[in-house]
Design a binder for this molecule. Structure first.
Ligand SMILES: [Zn+2]
Length: 411
């Protein structure tokens, strides 16, 4: 699966899951919605989709009485601006769309960018509700105020009020509603019932740095992890005794407590359906919660704890937090360190400064709900939650190697 193509195509969680599903199907996995089939076959691969989340399972060669799970977790969503149900506003000769904030984007990074729009449309056809994933082919814009009209901007910083300053300009005044343009995407005669549409950065992913050592793209958090997991998972063989599992959850950026999120019952219901004694199997299992990590910023080194400041290109980041914002503990950390050693990969450690709040991941949620030992790791990156982020190509390659080791039979 080409990384840059995956980044460019994954403009909403629904597009991300569609891309993952086609990669898994091309590798022989069978697709089921919304549950695992009642009968599963040794050595075979299955994909289960719930909304914009996906779980892939590879059954071991022979299913013994005491199987384990090797689970990798990542999220498919990213901070964005969602188009509200009634978004239309007309001001000063321009039609604009009023968005609602999803997650915690850096607002200023959305200004003066070429913005695409995409999402899911729900329409009625033959008395049934049907869904369609679509991507518009026009570009919108949230222009900045000129420096001449905002003289203090360089001294005071750019402050963005998300209610009043982020309406996206999309058209000259025609009297047309945004919803009218969406109708062109559904079958003729069908009735548009609802939509879930978001804006995205339309610029394609690119290599950067004098030696092409970096990757610049939107949505690296957490598409980079989704890609690494899928790459390694598809390349690996069925295990002797363990189920290999890859989870791609929506809604991490808004707390995961949704039907399709890591806080919902999706993973438990899938695992429950494939082993009779789930608790015993989980206790002897391991989960890697994979989400991007904060590399130390060369212009702001003081923002990191000095002995726990991962560098770009320095290897996989192990995230620990005493307040348990990360799931990592002494046992799961040790498992990860051993895995890195076996894969010959450098491991860096991240600990947040005591005077700054720590972020979180799906790791603690899944670990607590299932009782599975879990370690939080990630590729180091800069500009997290900006519309355009940055990571190191070497760290992405390392993550794929680590996951291949994770999904490989021990010698
Ligand atoms: Zn993330």
């Amino acid at each position: 699966m080409d990384f840059f193509e995956f980044l460019d195509n994954s403009v909403t969680p629904s597009h991300t899951v569609a891309g993952l599903v086609s990669a898994f199907r091309a590798a022989g996995f069978r697709l089921y919605e919304p549950m695992m089939p009642a009968r599963i076959e040794p050595g075979k691969g299955y994909c289960i989709v719930r909304d914009s989340s996906l779980i892939a399972v590879r059954v071991p060669k022979s299913v013994s009485q005491f199987p384990g799970f090797r689970i990798a977790l990542a999220h498919t969503d990213f901070p964005t601006l969602k188009i509200t149900p009634h978004p239309d506003r007309v001001s000063c000769g321009v039609q604009a769309l009023h968005p609602e904030i999803y997650g915690s984007p850096i607002f200023t990074s959305w200004l003066d960018r070429d913005l695409g729009y995409a999402g899911v449309l729900a329409y009625a056809e033959g008395g049934e509700v049907r869904l369609k994933t679509f991507r518009g082919d026009k570009l919108f814009r949230i222009p900045q105020l000129a420096v001449h009209l905002n003289r203090g901007v360089n001294q005071d910083g750019l402050k963005v009020n998300p209610q009043t300053d982020l309406d996206a300009l999309w058209s000259v005044v025609t009297g047309e509603k945004f919803e009218d343009t969406l109708r062109a995407e559904i079958p003729e005669g069908a009735k548009l019932l609802d939509f879930d549409v978001q804006l995205f950065d339309a610029q394609k992913a690119a290599r950067g740095g004098f030696h092409d050592e970096w990757i610049y793209s939107g949505r690296l958090d957490n598409l980079s992890s989704c890609h690494a997991i899928a790459e390694a998972f598809i390349a690996s063989e069925p295990l002797e005794n363990d189920f290999a599992v890859a989870c791609f959850f929506n809604n991490e950026e808004v707390g995961s407590t949704t039907r399709e999120g890591a806080g919902g019952n999706f993973l438990k219901s899938v695992l429950d359906s494939i082993v009779p004694n789930l608790d015993a199997a989980l206790a002897s299992s391991l989960a890697l919660s994979i989400d991007m990590a904060h590399a130390v910023h060369p212009n702001f080194p003081q923002k990191h704890e000095q002995n726990h400041a991962p560098i770009l290109g320095g290897g996989i980041v192990l995230k620990t937090n005493s307040q348990k914002r990360y799931a990592s503990d002494v046992y799961s950390n040790a498992r990860l360190k051993l895995l890195c050693e076996q894969a010959n990969i450098n491991c860096q450690t991240f600990v947040m400064r005591n005077d700054m709040p720590c972020g979180s991941t799906v790791g603690p949620t899944v670990s607590a709900a299932l009782g599975i030992p879990t370690v939080d790791i990630g590729e180091p990156m800069l500009s997290m939650h900006s519309i355009r982020e940055m990571t190191a190509a070497k760290d992405h390659a390392d993550m794929i190697s680590l996951l291949k080791e994770f999904y490989r039979e021990k010698a």
